[in-house]
Design a binder for this molecule. Structure first.
Ligand SMILES: Cc1cc2nc3c(=O)[nH]c(=O)nc-3n(C[C@H](O)[C@H](O)[C@H](O)COP(=O)(O)OP(=O)(O)OC[C@H]3O[C@@H](n4cnc5c(N)ncnc54)[C@H](O)[C@@H]3O)c2cc1C
Length: 418
């Protein structure tokens, strides 16, 4: 049988998976439905946990070359413009968590992972290739592609995102949930911003039923701006009523955004006015993971958004996909071929699901806190003033990913010895 593990999806999760497995000596074939890897998306934040994964893969210099490393997170009131709390990042993130806090363009992270995958040479990249379905036997997984051809491998890793076909077949039909939140996204050259707004910090402006976040990307040459409001595509916002919910972006207008934000301080309005073009992204998700069975069954596993789509309010979508990949490779590495894949994937699932579920719940809770009104808003602001850094830091998250427990019996060879 072909010994290439099949990776469905070539986003951050799929490339991370192929890279991590290549570093453990496992060959993969990666299927990506898009015709090309391109400049898609906008900014991402990577906490020290994600920087640790990249460092372990020897990619700290590559990260250094394309990311920005903000000095702090400033949380401010979007109406009054006043400061609510702050968390020192920069050198302090390294002192606290051993790794930096980075902000970068998704395309730059994607490109650095792709370059590393190509350098290792153990991954066959197939663009324009869409997985349709799979069947599993005790010996392997047979995947069928949209063109009707088949591919056989010892395991299938579904890294095919929120609308995952691998997930639909593994767990049965489940609906993706519309969160009722829309993200307006745009980028502006730092040099084109009013001087007062050109800061090397992550700024989060909180208001009732909305928030705006901006941070530097591309080594600090650009500012990435995201504004999240409550609403539905096509109803007072970009996109047509009934627009394809799977489409990543729709054109958007600053006027619609301002109307949806309601009253905002002059700094928020100046930032919005400075952005030359906006796109719109409807935020969808699924309930938090409820058990290891949602991560893996038999020879098939789900990683990244396919397993645990995240609302962006803890900025961990890319980080958790990379943590998944890192963990799987740590489990696979000690085993001698032929690997007991069902057992390795079960161990992966046991190691990952609770942490991923916690991050899903925490992200959702952050959304409620960011958009709070009335007494909850008052309580949030008071707590932020008194507890500041203690509330904003997340050591349980940033000190990860947790090391999986070792299992010396993973390969049949080792099993015979015990
Ligand atoms: C186009 C795009 C732009 C994004 N931009 C941002 C951004 O600006 N900011 C942000 O925070 N997050 C962004 N994200 C989301 C973010 O990348 C993910 O939340 C996170 O990185 C986890 O990635 P993932 O690889 O699990 O899923 P995804 O990033 O969704 O990647 C899934 C990949 O699988 C491919 N795929 C899907 N189905 C199939 C199939 N049947 N066969 C083969 N291939 C398939 C998709 O084309 C995609 O490349 C973006 C995602 C996408 C797809």
């Amino acid at each position: 049988m072909n010994q290439q593990v099949i990776v469905a999806g070539g986003g951050i999760g799929g490339l991370a998976c192929a890279l991590a497995l290549a570093r453990s000596g496992v060959p993969t074939v990666l299927l990506e439905q898009a015709a090309a890897f391109g400049e898609v998306g906008a900014g991402l934040q990577l906490g020290p946990n994600a920087a640790r994964v990249l460092a372990d893969w020897g990619l700290s210099d590559a990260l250094q070359a394309c990311a920005a490393f903000p000095e702090a997170l400033h949380v401010r009131d979007a109406h009054r413009g006043t400061g609510l709390g702050q968390l020192r990042l920069g050198a302090m993130a390294i002192a606290r968590h051993g790794q930096p806090y980075a902000t970068l363009h998704r395309a730059d992270l994607h490109a650095l992972l792709l370059a590393a995958v190509q350098e290792h040479g153990l991954t066959e990249l197939r663009l324009n290739t869409r997985l349709a379905s799979f069947t599993e036997s005790p010996e392997g997984v047979v995947t069928t592609l949209d063109d009707g051809s088949t591919l056989v491998g010892p395991a299938l890793l579904g890294c095919d995102g929120l609308w995952s076909r691998v997930r639909a077949q593994l767990l049965g039909p489940q609906t993706v949930r519309a969160s009722g939140h829309l993200a307006y996204r745009g980028m502006v050259r730092m040099a084109d911003l009013p001087v007062a707004l050109r800061a090397n910090v992550v700024t989060a402006w909180l208001g009732p039923r909305m928030h705006v976040v901006h941070y530097p990307v591309r080594g600090g040459e650009w500012m990435n701006v995201v504004a999240v409001v409550h609403g539905v595509l096509g109803q007072g916002h970009g996109g047509e009523p009934g627009s394809d919910p799977q489409a990543w972006t729709h054109e958007a207008q600053a006027a619609d955004l301002k109307r949806a934000l309601g009253p905002a301080c002059s700094a928020v309005l100046s930032m919005i006015d400075a952005v030359p073009a906006w796109s719109l992204w409807a935020l969808n998700d699924r309930p938090a993971m409820s058990g290891a069975h949602e991560h893996a069954q038999g020879r098939v596993a789900l990683l990244g958004d396919a397993a645990h789509p995240l609302r962006p309010y803890l900025a961990q979508g890319a980080a958790m996909a990379m943590e998944d990949a890192w963990t799987l490779a740590r489990i696979v590495k000690p085993a001698r071929a032929p690997l007991d894949w069902p057992r390795a994937l079960a161990r992966f699932a046991d190691t990952r699901w609770e942490r991923n579920a916690r991050v899903q719940q925490h992200s959702k809770r952050n959304g409620r806190i960011f958009h709070a009104t009335g007494l909850v808003r008052w309580g949030r602001d008071t707590a932020m003033r008194w507890l500041g850094e203690r509330l904003l830091d997340n050591p349980w998250l940033y000190d990860g990913p947790p090391e999986p427990a070792q299992d010396p019996t993973l390969s049949p060879h080792a099993k015979r010895k015990t």
